[in-house]
Design a protein. Sequence first.
Length: 236
Amino acid sequence: MERLDKFLCDCGVGTRSQVKAILKAGRVRVDDRPEKDGSRKIDPGSSRICLDGQSLGTAGTVVVMLHKPEGYVTATEDKQEKTVMELLPEQYRHLDLKPVGRLDKMTTGLLLFTNDGELLHKLISPKNRVQKIYVASHEGQASEADVLAFREGMELRDGTKCLSAVLEPLGPGQSRITVCEGKYHQVRRMMAARGMHVQKLHRQQEGSLTLGDLPLGQTRQLTPEEIEQLTIDNYL
Ligand code: URA
């Protein structure tokens, strides 16, 4: 059993004072009854806790999506560079969230964070083939031969072998690339191996999840339904 206010903080609902205000406003229900008392003891394994009508789940898994801007490195700390952790609002800071995979400093787009090590592993392990979809602006024009090379599983300039991937030319100097692994600078290196230097890279999608209308630099927490969907759908 644990206090309701602590549980809400641990779910990333808000800071302690924000949680107090949320409870006072009557936005929380425990087992379908309104609850304003933060000291109320609940069992996270069996109580149904809802905020604004939406279930907060019981397993304590938090997943946060960031629309990453350019200029931030994906690391939990760095002596010289700004890190993506600085973009997480205060209510998530104590949750020990880790970035799921990495985006380069100059790559924009969808980056997930979670406190659930097992989920993190599921999402990044090439074995599970969770798709990651990027749009690249690049030099040159992707050809049918390039599409084929991606599909066959290409070899990078240093001999690294890549799993089968999908290259879709979108127009002059623009392509969509779908991969299911996350080797260092993978998309940039795959494109370079085919003579197409990448100038801009944006991740649109991971598993079933897209950024939607989340503004650049902003975060939002995934619902339990979205978390479940993430790992059962959309494999390459
Ligand atoms: N591939 C890259 O080259 N860079 C990224 O940031 C992500 C995938």
